[in-house]
Structure formats: C-alpha cells, structure tokens
Write a new protein. Sequence first.
Lengths: 672, 672
Amino acid sequence: MTISEHVPESNVDVLIIGAGPAGLMAACWMAHCGVTTRIIDKRGTKIFSGQADGLQCRSLEIFDSFGFADRAWKEANHMIEICLWNPGPDGIIRRSDRIPDTIVGLSRFQQITLHQGRIERFFLDNIKKYSNDTIKVERGVLPESLEIDETEVEDQSSYPVTVKLRHLTDEEATPQQQISGSKISDGLFRSNLTHTDDEDDLIRKNKSRAGTGEIVHAKYVIGCDGARSWTRRALGFELLGEATDSIWGVLDIIPITDFPDIRMRCTIHSTENGTLMVIPREDKLVRLYIQLKEVTPDASGRADRSKISPDSIFNAAKKILSPYKIDYEYCAWWTAYQIGQRVATRFDSHERVFLAGDAVHTHSPKAGQGMNISMNDTYNLGWKIALVAKGIAKPSILSTYQSERRKIAQDLIDFDHRFSRFFSGRPAKDIMDAEGISMGEFKEAFEKGNLFASGLSVNYEPSNLVSKAVGESKEVLSDATSSANAFTKQSLAKGLPIGMRFNSFKVVNQSDARPWHFQEKLRSTGQFRIVVFAGNILSPPQKKRLEDFCEALGAPDSFFRTSATSSPPLDAPIEVLTIHSAERVETNLMDFPEILHPYNPHTGWDYDKIFVDDVSYHEDTGKAYENYGVDKERGCVVVARPDQYVGWVGDLEDFKDLQRYFEGCLMLSLRA
Amino acid sequence: MTISEHVPESNVDVLIIGAGPAGLMAACWMAHCGVTTRIIDKRGTKIFSGQADGLQCRSLEIFDSFGFADRAWKEANHMIEICLWNPGPDGIIRRSDRIPDTIVGLSRFQQITLHQGRIERFFLDNIKKYSNDTIKVERGVLPESLEIDETEVEDQSSYPVTVKLRHLTDEEATPQQQISGSKISDGLFRSNLTHTDDEDDLIRKNKSRAGTGEIVHAKYVIGCDGARSWTRRALGFELLGEATDSIWGVLDIIPITDFPDIRMRCTIHSTENGTLMVIPREDKLVRLYIQLKEVTPDASGRADRSKISPDSIFNAAKKILSPYKIDYEYCAWWTAYQIGQRVATRFDSHERVFLAGDAVHTHSPKAGQGMNISMNDTYNLGWKIALVAKGIAKPSILSTYQSERRKIAQDLIDFDHRFSRFFSGRPAKDIMDAEGISMGEFKEAFEKGNLFASGLSVNYEPSNLVSKAVGESKEVLSDATSSANAFTKQSLAKGLPIGMRFNSFKVVNQSDARPWHFQEKLRSTGQFRIVVFAGNILSPPQKKRLEDFCEALGAPDSFFRTSATSSPPLDAPIEVLTIHSAERVETNLMDFPEILHPYNPHTGWDYDKIFVDDVSYHEDTGKAYENYGVDKERGCVVVARPDQYVGWVGDLEDFKDLQRYFEGCLMLSLRA
C-alpha cells in the first residue's frame, strides 16, 4: 500500500479473522443477536471435503440451539459402537471388546461424523438467514497489521482495534495444499459427492477490490485463524508445549474389504505394525487414521512429509488389518501431520482481541476434539461480546472467556497426553508384559475418554456468571450459601450442577400438550433464562409462593424491569420459562401469573413459556423434576446463561440473590 | 391460434395438469424414477398461505419416503390432543372430554398442521433436487384441448394423448380469488410470515411464449386440476353426488383470547349457535371452521357468498365461544364454501389419462382429508405410470389405480356423511332428547374417525399387485393359499396385512449398529422390495433354508435376474432387504449370502441391506418380529410394493409363488 493510495476506512462492532468452524460459530452468534460484524478469510473458497469430521453431542446441542442440528443429524454417519481389535496369542487381530460410542443417557444426541465442508455450509446458511444476508464471509482477504489503542479500551463507545486488510488477487487467494509427491489431490477443491454449494458462496471475493487495501476499526476482534494464527502472532502470544514425534496419516476412502467392522468406529492394535483408527463417515466413506512408524523426524524434529504418500499410508493400514484384506478405488482426501500439544499463554488482549480454536490449542486427532473444542470456544465467547457490544452486559464478563476456556484447553492437552500412550504403545503380550498396554486398561481409558470427548463434562469455575463457591466444581452438590463468593443453593436442583450445561429432559407444553426436550426451549437468542420450577401450583401455599416471586420479578426496581432494552432480533435480555409439576389436565394457562405467559396486545397470550412435568400420549415424559433433582412440591428457580450453562440456583424466596446475580453481569438502570 | 401460426410440437412421457399437492406428488415420483415429465398450472404463481393445512400420519410417512418429512415436522404445529366442548345444563360451554389427536402407536408420526404453500415448497425443492432441475412447474399454462388416439393406446411406444396448451399472458394468469364485499385479502398473494420463496420459483412463466400455443404428445396425462377439473370435463366424466346445504366459513387468525384450549384441536358445540372447529397452526395462527347458520341457499341451491365476510364468520365464532372472549388483529386468510359430496364416475380413460384429487372427489373439510387423500391418489398412481413408462412393469397394473383409489374416495364420502351429522346436529339436552346428539356418541365417532383420517386403515383389494383372496380384506388373517386368486400365506406375518401399508418398527443395522425405523429403508425409489425375514440364522437348518432361498433368487431364470434393467436414478426394479433375529454380536455381515449384501467392484460390499431385530444402546429396539407377527426361528418373505403396501407373504420355500407374483406385474425376459 503506498501513501498516495486512497485507503477506505470503516467501523465495525466485531471483526472475525478466519471462517472455519470457530469463526463461523462466532459469526452465528452475531447474526442471532444482531451485532454488526465482518468475517474474513484469506482462502478464496470454502472447503469441500476432508478435514475435521467428528461432531460430539455437545456440538449437536449447540447446533440445535441455533436451529440446524437436524441437517447434520440427517446427513451424517451415526457412530454407535466402538470395537476394539487386538492381537491374540497367535498375533492375529480379533475383536476383543465392544463399547457404546456415546455414553447412554448423556445427551439427546449421539456422536456423528460428517465432513467439515458440510458443517460450514450449515453455518453459512444459518448466518445468512438470521443476519438477513448482512454477514457474509469475505474470502481472499488478508489482515496485514493489528493495533490496539490502549487509551480507548475502557471506553465502550470506542473502536480501539485497528486492522489493515488487503484484498487478495485470485492467484494469491488460491492455497497450495497439495502435498508434493502425491498423485491424489488432497481434495480441497473437489466437491464431496452429492452435495453442491452455491457458486456465489464459493468465491465471495470482491473482485473490484482485488489487490487493494482497507482499514477497519473494530470494537472487538476474534482471531480464529488456525494453528499458524496470524492474529496470535500479531499479538505476540506464544503456544506453550511441544511437538510430539507422532506422525499421523489420514485417508478418506471408500473401502473394499472383508473386515467385518469397517462401519464401526474401531481401534486396531497390531503386534508389530502400530495402531489404526477406523472412523466411518457419510456417503460410504471411511476415514483411516494411522500412526506412521516408518517416518523418522529429521534433525529439526520435523518429519519429512515428502516421504509420505497415500500409498505409504495405505500400506501401513493394510499391514495392521491383515489377515483381512482392504483395497479402494476412490479416495476423497488425504493428509499427514505431526502432532503438537500446545496451549497459548493468553487467550485475549485487553479483552478487545480474542483468540479461539486452533489458534490457542493444538493436539492429536485421536478423540475427534479439535473442531468441537474450537467451536465451543467461540460458542462461549460470542454471546458475551454480543451482549457487551449491545450494552446489555457488563464488560467485566469478557474476562470469563479466558478463565473458562483456557482451562478446557489445558484439560484437552492433558487428556491427549494420557490417551496417546494407549495409541502409541504396543499391546501387552500377557499379564507379565509391563511395558505393553493391557487391554483392560485401554478399554477403561476409552470409556473415561468418551465422557470428556462428549463435551458434556465441562464445568466452569465461579465468576460473575457462575454463582458457586470456589472449589465447588469438585463437590458439585454442596450448598454454597455460606461462601462469600456465592449466594446459591445447589441442593435445590441436584441434577443441574452450577457451571455445567443445562441437561435436557422432556416436558409437555401446558397449552397444546406437545412434548419437548426442555433444551429445545433454551435457544441461542442471546437471552439469559430464568427457569421457574413452579412446583405443585394446585397447592394454595405453593401458588402463593409463586405469586410472591412473580410480584418481586415484576416490581419496577427488579433487574427484570431495569435491564437494558435491546433491539431485534434480541428482543429482551431475559426470558422466563416455567415448568410446573401439577397435573396438566387440572391446570390452565390462565391459572398462572401473567409475567409467566406475557400478554401482547397484537398477538394475545404467549403459549410457549409454560410447561408441565407430566405424562403425554406418545412420548416418555413426566420425569423432569426427578431427573433435575428438584422437589415436586416446592420447586426452585434456576438461571441458564445464554449458552445454556447453569449460573445460579435458589428458592422462590431468594429473589434478592437472583437480583444480585444479574447485578453482577448485566447493565441495570431504572427506566424513565 | 390461427392456422398460419407455427405451433411447436413435442413428445413427453408424462404431462401433469395442475401443480397443487396431488400434481406435485405425481411429479415427485417422476423425478425420483427418472421419467420425462412436464407439469403445468394455469395460475401464475404458487400459493403462499391458507388452503388445506392438515397432514395426516400417512402423508408424513410418504414425505419421509421421498426425504422431506423432516422439514414439515420441524415447521409445523403438532396436534396432540382433541378437546370436546359442549354446553352444560346451564347452556354454558365447558370441556367435556379430551382424546389423543393421533391414535397412540399407529405410526411414528402424528398429525400436524402447516399451510399448503409450505408443503408445495417442499415438493418443489425435492422435485428440483431429484430431477436435476429438469422438472419445473410451468405456470400460466392452460390446456385447451385433449385427444386420445384410441388406435394407439395399446402400443407402449406411442404417445397417444395430444394436448394443446396455451401460454397465458400475465393478466390471464392472475386469478381473481378475492371475494367481493371483503376488506381482507384471501391471502393468495400474501406471504405467510417468515418463510420466503425464491422469486424465480414464484413466477416460472415463460414470458417469451406468453400468448402462444403449443402441442404436446404424451404417453400419459394426469389431471390434478381441482374440483372444477378441466381434464375431467375434457374426458366428459361427471362427479356423482350432491351439494349439501352446509356452508362453512374459514378464518386463519392470530387469536387474542382467554379460551384456554385455543392451542388444542377443538370441536365446540353450542346450544343455539352451531359448531366451531379450532385447528391450531404454525406461527401462532389458529384456523377457525364455522358452519354458518345464517346463510340460506338461494333457489338454485347455492348460497350467496357475497353475504359472507370475515366479520360475519368471526361473529358466528364469537357467539359459540361465549362466555370466553376472542378477538384478533391479524388475519392471514379466509374463505367460505358450500360442501359437495361427490365422486367421479371413472378415474381414467383408456389407462392413458388419469384423474386424481379434487378432480374426482369433493367433501367437507371436517377431517382434514382433502389434501391428504389427493396426495395419496397420485402416490398410488405415480410409480405405476413410471414403471410402465420405463418398461419395467406390465401396463395391466394401471387398472389398479381406479380399483384401489375409487373405493377410497367412496369410503371418504361415506365417512363424511356419517361424520357430518355430528357437526351439524344440535347437542342432546339430556338422555331423553332423541333428536339431539349424545356426547358419548360424538366421542365414539370421533375416535373411529381418527383411524380413518390417519390414512392408515387403507386396505387395497386383490389384484396383480395384491396377492390375497377376494374378500380377504375383511378377514385379514386367514390363509389364502387355497384360493384360486392368491398364493400367499398371511399367517406367516400377522402384523403385515396384505393390501395395507408396511407398518414400521425399529431394527438395527447389522454393520454399524445404527437403529432405524424399518420404514425409513422403504424409500420411494420406484423399487419393489423383497423383505427377507431370515429368522435365526445361527441355527444351521435355518441357515440352509436361507441359502436355498437365495440360490433360487439368484438363478438365471429367477424374476430377480429376468426383470427389465433400468436407467438411473431407478437402478434396479427390485431391492432385497433382510431382517434376521439372531444376536447382532454373534453374527457378521459376511455370514450372509452375497445376494443379500451385494458386492460392487468399485465400492465394496453393501452395508445397508441387512438388519437385525436386536436391542441397541440408545433406542427401544428388538421387537420387530413380535410386532410383525413373524416366527423368530423360521422367518418368512414379504413383498413391499414401491408405495410400501404389502403385496405378498410366503415361506422361504415358496419361491415359485414369489416368482408368480412378479410374473403378474413385471416385464420379465431372459437376458442375452
């Protein structure tokens, strides 16, 4: 850029750098909350195949909260069972165990596999719909410099982050991902069988701008630009940790084989030839992960990738699978990489520039965690930035991004370390073989790993968004009212641990008798939710308790009345949902205080706020109170954060503590 | 058209006249089977709101077989409960009963409501996808004449039906549906809230052709052009029956009301003011059906519709609902009509021109049957025409369209007659009031009506597609082997009555342990399916029986080898699916004869053909044999027609009878 050139300048609330799953998740929040946003990516096209493919239960719950889990669920391969194969005394592999891939009862979803290109397509469609096509990925755009004006970072009306962008020419924007020496494309530009993307989405480059620069002033920048993150380097942050000497080869093929478990998720240990992971995919594809034994790192510690080809990877797989035969004609994608296990020193700068996904953590592919943890990073971050940018939440909530997510990244690396040994190690020959890994040990590790890998064991530490005592995560069910940091009563809802995601059980709509998984009502709108477990409202004393709570909630100085108003699509910062435990047919909507089913002069009463824990005709319902650990007579009150994590639990009488929770995180002021 | 004008002529396999749900269902079959097809509609745009809205279980099963039930299921309102309201001794209405809207256990779906415009949208998207955009609705096109060359109707290579078409100008194609005297539009040109249609789908008129004519020579014509069908008149067929004196008003509103069951399906009888039906809909809408008392037909028997307005309809509803209050601001659509109960004399001419939907039957809206029965007409017809046009099936199967569907139309009218009395009648004041209708009687009629209305009680009569004895429909479970007309053993699969749709229970995929509702595997591809209940294949004698069956199936002179080859997308006329009853973990795919999981040299073994009736981790499975009434040791063989109706049941040894079934309906010849 020369000085004489006219460089356009503009302001934007949020600038997202990188349009992979983490960046798209952030953009999705902004679309749903109505925050002015730009998202750029240096690549000229979206991807079509290969790359990450495993979707964990929690990621599907999140997709569902935005409204597109059904698309992934329908197209994907469902992984139901893990088969463990090991050598017998004769050295020949045989199936030694079967375990369920997803722990039964943990979530209404199960783990599925679908290639990253489709997942990005679902995000793009959803962002388009909810932003009215105002948020579009700008491809072929490269950030060149990033500056934070430290004098302005406290001023919420300012745009303290300045980023220079350059619009690439076509040649510059075409990535070179073909690994030399290979005859098979790595698939980046090849459509993945039947699903087509709209041409104009593929290359959304602004051709008239090619080769020019521009300056963007942003309130917030989110760097989701991968393991070699430009944003991270611009901030001068480092990834701590080290590369392992594990080299993994990956092949996406349609296998022709007599191996009976080729459509199961398998881990196959061989005596001499290493370990193979089999991940069945959509459209007849199967992904093979092979830890390559035959590639030795050079003096610099890096393996020479030119020695790796689809053939060398496939030959390694063939040896492991022997005596079963395997072959293929169609290969959709392949790659090879050396695993680093690293976490960034910091996740944000001045709570104005944030890093997420591979930019702050790298690890092995064994548990299929990369894409999931990355999307969960920005699912945690997005609503916080959106609510602060809209003046609804206090800027102080932004510090919880690093405190909540850096811990997860570290847990992930620890998990990866522990898990690696089981893959890299040689199976024990017998019980006396101390260096080998016993298969009992392996199975146990796998089962524990599955809970972590589901994404459902996440338990956030105390903060102004999580009202519990320090250390309470470890003893989830103790009451914390005595602690200075908390004003919460975990014991009233033992099945809803504070700091964990709101578990889902089926309830029935009071007004139309339709059963719902309650989580379906905790949509990602940006709203906090007060879930009123109203108890048995046919009991007059209990009804009085409910009425008193509702009166406090509706008082002019209640947080519910003094929280900031918002603009569409985020209509109100807080929604109230009710689950009562009386019989549905003995109660009517009109029996409940109006604040629980608000009246709109144009459209009447709201029929979608009050639910009942009762039996229904077609589905197994009526166990929500029991599963949530809530007393059916007396109920309780629970706060769900906009990301479905439990923030507070209290009695119907604990309105002051509830007020205190929202004073801690929302901007409150008496309205004129 | 003047003689001097050049009139273009062309051939097409199938010409569909009318692009409502019945016409689109026919086009959908043609898209899935790969049959050259044109579909025309005289209207210039698709509809956006109003009209039919109830989708019965069977319609959803059909949508699912094409791949789009999920879209309807997600957007629609789910109707769970019917509330019956009646006057008490004081004349004030009260809830007298609740019954489930859909009979529990009947189908994996339940009744839903969603406006016709969305349903047409799902069809259009599906037709576009499966026809590779070759089948498009041509709007603003009017048929002007239809001739059948009787000398050519027996020649399968001929195009004996000649239709002259005229491409309308914009003015001609814009319907006048506004009812005079009304201030509210009837909604034909108003978008229904949030869902948008692509602009170019709205008006697919070929502008350059406006005002010109063309001549189309078709193998088959399907007239789906409504109650005033041009096609029916062109054939000279009549509707037999008569108009009732029932005038119904319909309003789609967002109600503002304290009536507690406004989100339930309700029938409200008042003492003096008639009957109101409440049908809750998507997007906060509620449809009110009111039988209007105050409009008297004129001398011609027709009511003067100019006396009817939204206000007059709404005032009638208000009176019935009193003492509850109801009001509205938003009305999406309204109409009023006089009900005729009529069935056409014939459903086809020379088995070359067929009529379907409202063109051959009209009736009241009370059971929400119109759109459903109409779509089921062409669901029955479409595959028959497609398979005959492709040279796969014998032309003689086409006569079953009239024999199967005319009976349903007559049943529908009978049902409507019986049901009408309960709506038009006055509630009995007490047990001595013989002219009034007792509420017990009403409830009983409603429950019986629900089974009919679900679409799942359909039981087709014997034909070359339904192998059972005449009269067997009434005694479903008798064996018919002694009958000259049948060669079938119903007793081997008591839960799969021959002539009824293949009921669905959950099974587990042998290769990847994924549970499926078995019906999900009976997709509408145009294929007949042989469902092999393989029994306990771990028992050597049973395995031998299976192997013998498979050997007969694979023999060069078996129907399976001599049926006509087909072109994509209909790859083969017959698919074989297997459900065995041994334990999944004790069996492998490779234990089964290859014909049950065919090998493809490019993609390996087929992993999607063999299922097991066994328990699974996450879902309730393992009861399929029991529910289908099949012996778990010995199994049996069942034929499902391309439309999922059961055509034949026999033993593994009854290969000759199976051969005879297919000889009756398919074109067979030894291959060179």
